[in-house]
Structures are given as C-alpha cells and as structure tokens.
Design a protein around this ligand. Structure first.
Ligand code: HEM
Length: 174
C-alpha cells in the first residue's frame, strides 16, 4: 500500500537541483550582443545535413554526378561548422552553472557528439570517391545524419524554450 505523507512531510520532498543556488544562472556567456553564438551557428549544420540527404536523393533519382559533388561539400561544411558550434556549446555547458547543473544539457551534449561523429563519417567516407560512395552507404549515412540532426536540434530547442537555457534572467517570467 502507498504510504501517506502529511502535508508537512510532503513539503520536505523538494528537488535538490531546483533548489540549488545556481539553478537560475543560465545566461549565455559565449554571446555576441547578448545572442548565443551556438544558437547562431547551429542553423548551418542543421540545414547542410538535410542538404546532403537531399543531394543523395537527387543523385539516386537522376544519376547526375553534380549531386555527389554538392553532397561532398555540404557534408564537409556541415561537419566543420558543427564542430565549431559544438565547441561554443561545450564552453557554455562547462562555464555557465545553471546550464551545467541540468541533466537535459548533458543529454543534448551526448546527442550532439554522436551526431558530429555521423556528420564526420559522412564526409570522410566520400572523400576518395564522392560518386561511388553515395549508393548505398552514403545515402544511408545521410538518412541517419538527417534523423539525428532532427532529434538533436529539437532537443536544443527544448533547452531554450522549455528551460530558458542561454536566456537573460531579467527578461524571464518568475
Ligand atoms: C557538441 C556539443 C554541444 C553542446 C554542449 C551544446 C549545448 C547547447 C546549449 C548550452 C544550448 C542552449 C543555448 C546556448 O546557451 O547557447 C544549445 C542550444 C541548441 N543546440 Fe546545442 N550543443 C552542442 C551541439 C549541437 C549541435 C551539433 C547541434 C545541431 C546540429 C545543436 C543544436 C542546438 C539547437 C537547435 C539549439 C537551440 C538554439 C535556439 O533555438 O536558440 N547543438 N546547445
């Protein structure tokens, strides 16, 4: 049978993380004019990861060798800017107490590092033979990369819109 707690006992059951003095200290430190650099940069790997997938699909449909060249460049730039965005996000994660203390931030970090490995693989796999690499493995890696980008990007949005991570304290509703 479930144990019944009195109102006084229930009042003592608090979340130690929410109670922590650092919990509300979430303001971005790696920012330009108050706007987090990470949020500015992630748009590029997100768009380019989907572009690689699209270019592979176009090659499959048309057989035109223009598309594997597009995919090679898109994969390389997605990986390069993704790594730089990851570095800014990681500095933020380690430096800002209210970001560091939340488990959701670490979940985003783990998702993002897995994604960056897939983006790197997608680029490296194509370097020697961009055309031959597309079917079937390049296309499959692109599909995985696009799916993981969707999940990581959605989760990054959750950090900002649900937990107000990276936002200024004085503008936040209490
Ligand atoms: C590798 C380590 C990463 C860390 C530690 C990290 C950390 C963070 C943090 C702390 C935020 C909150 C905003 C801020 O303070 O800047 C954030 C937001 C976000 N992240 Fe990451 N991130 C990483 C990589 C990535 C990657 C690779 C992507 C996607 C390609 C991504 C997508 C996003 C998105 C879409 C947001 C929401 C931005 C907004 O709507 O303003 N992150 N991330």
């Amino acid at each position: 049978m479930r144990q019944k707690y009195s109102w006084k006992q229930r009042r003592r059951l608090t979340d130690p993380i929410e109670e922590h003095v650092a919990f509300s200290d979430t303001e971005s430190k790696i920012a330009f004019a108050g706007h987090p650099l990470h949020a500015m940069m992630v748009a590029f790997p997100i768009a380019l990861a989907f572009s690689v997938f699209g270019a592979d699909g176009m090659y499959w449909l048309t057989g035109d060798e223009f598309w594997p060249r597009v995919a090679l460049w898109a994969a390389g730039v997605a990986f390069g800017i993704g790594v730089i965005a990851g570095v800014t996000g990681t500095i933020e994660l380690l430096m800002v107490p209210g970001i560091r203390i939340r488990s959701a931030s670490w979940t985003h970090f783990i998702l993002a590092v897995m994604l960056l490995s897939v983006l790197g693989l997608n680029w490296g796999y194509r370097l020697d033979d961009p055309v031959g690499a597309v079917l079937p493995w390049g296309f499959m890696i692109s599909a995985l990369g696009a799916g993981m980008t969707g999940i990581t990007g959605w989760h990054g949005g959750k950090l900002v819109f649900d937990y107000q991570i990276g936002t200024k304290q004085e503008t936040r509703s209490k």
